[in-house]
Design a protein around this ligand. Structure first.
Ligand code: SF4
Ligand code: SF4
Length: 243
């Protein structure tokens, strides 16, 4: 099985939340009790039982016009996942990367201490990891159980507008670049969010911050390097302590 990727074309997203519900249903995650907060975004955030969340952001443009930005948020399944870099130094086996597909999966059999989770979450440039009350980390699994059986991830299968695609990484990258060229004719600021670093590639047509604070990472490779360097320096530190 080849390296896989998602493509999320936000220009086609109507915020119907079909993907969010399909994710809940396939993962047998319970519904989340919510309250009216004056927004259509519901629930308010990702959690250990909400792996996919359609974020709604209402922005007032300079002329006073209000504009909605929809962002179906989920794990990016990073090429070199910083969450795993940290987890490997804390709780071995807590985060696994599937060699064939590249899916980054949190191991539901491994408990993680709150202080270790804090470091794992802060390593993620997209603020994705969440933890249950019993110390089990959770997030999008890329529907690895479905894709190993030749099915599409539940969210992609459900999307009625074609905003979500999934497939072999090479083809998805080609599709994303092709669509970017097309969209750029109308939206000069259109961009792909960190396409070289992640397996969930978003097409955005405006300032990423208008969609979501963590829509784009400034430099994921830099973050990965920081942890690699920390690992490299650790034995030297230990030596100096011994001396
Ligand atoms: S998006 Fe965050 S949780 Fe997902 S693989 Fe990347 S670092 Fe890990
Ligand atoms: S199912 Fe498709 S159109 Fe509906 S919210 Fe999700 S990505 Fe957007």
């Amino acid at each position: 099985m080849a390296d896989k990727s998602f493509f999320i074309d936000t220009t086609k997203c109507t915020a119907c939340r079909g993907c969010q519900i399909a994710c809940k249903q396939w993962n047998r995650n319970p519904a989340t009790k919510t309250i009216q907060r004056g927004t259509h975004q519901n629930p308010s955030d990702l959690s250990a039982s909400t792996f996919k969340l359609v974020r709604f952001s209402e922005v007032e443009e300079p002329g006073g016009e209000l504009r909605w930005y929809f962002f179906p948020d989920q794990c990016r399944h990073c090429m070199a996942p910083p969450c795993k870099e940290v987890a490997d130094t804390k709780v071995k086996g807590a985060i696994i990367q599937d060699e064939a597909t590249g899916a980054v999966v949190f191991n539901p059999k491994v408990k993680v201490k709150p202080e270790d989770f804090k470091e794992i979450r802060s390593a993620c440039p997209y603020d994705i990891p969440r933890i249950s009350g019993t110390g089990i980390m959770a997030k999008c699994t890329m529907c690895i159980d479905r894709i190993k059986e030749g099915m599409l991830p539940a969210c992609v299968k459900t999307c009625p507008t074609g905003a979500m695609s999934f497939g072999d990484r090479k083809e998805i990258l080609e599709k994303a670049s092709g669509r970017l060229e097309e969209v750029k004719k109308k939206y000069k600021d259109a961009m792909l969010a960190n396409p070289e670093d992640v397996r969930t590639i978003y097409l955005l047509v405006d300032d990423p911050k208008k969609y979501h604070k963590y829509a784009v990472a400034e430099n994921t490779i830099g973050i990965t390097r920081k942890f690699a360097l920390r690992r490299l320096l650790k034995p030297l530190k230990e030596l100096s302590l011994m001396g």
